[in-house]
Ligand binder design. Structure first.
Ligand code: ZN
Length: 146
């Protein structure tokens, strides 16, 4: 596996620091009585607008939604369609929490955003492009040539 780019929190752009702090706030609203695995996300649109999202579970498990998709759905339903970056923070103290496969596919419908993954302590962020997380997403009429 390639080595991941990790940037100390203080060295991140202040906008990205805010994005990470907002993701932390969003996590507080997570509805996760079944897993107790709270996740917060914050999506930065191209125009600078931020949309927070948290995971929302359901007694019928597959009906639940992840924090990342919540943020995207909120932004898109407010008329946004161009996105720049996303921060994701879960309750794992010792690990970063990358988006699940469904969220990767969902987000890949839009722009190749930069994803910032951090632990709750916000000491640093792992930075990578969505296309690195999901290099060969499902596409209609895809023309991947190897
Ligand atoms: Zn997900």
């Amino acid at each position: 596996m390639q080595s991941l780019k990790v940037v100390e929190f203080d060295k991140l752009d202040t906008t990205i620091q805010e994005l990470l702090r907002e993701a932390t706030k969003a996590r507080e609203f997570a509805y996760c009585p079944y897993s107790n695995f709270s996740v917060g996300a914050c999506l930065q649109c191209e125009d600078g607008t931020l949309y927070r999202g948290c995971n929302v579970e359901n007694a019928a498990y597959p009906a639940g939604i992840c924090a990342e998709r919540t943020a995207f759905v909120k932004a898109i339903s407010e008329g946004k369609s161009k996105f720049k970056s996303l921060a994701v923070i879960a309750n794992q103290e010792k690990f970063i929490t990358p988006p699940c496969g469904i969220c990767r596919q969902f987000m890949s419908e839009f722009d190749d955003i930069t994803v910032y993954l951090a632990k709750p302590t916000l000491e640093s962020a792992t930075v990578l492009k969505l296309s690195e997380l999901l290099p060969f997403q499902f596409q209609l009429n895809s023309d991947f040539t190897f």
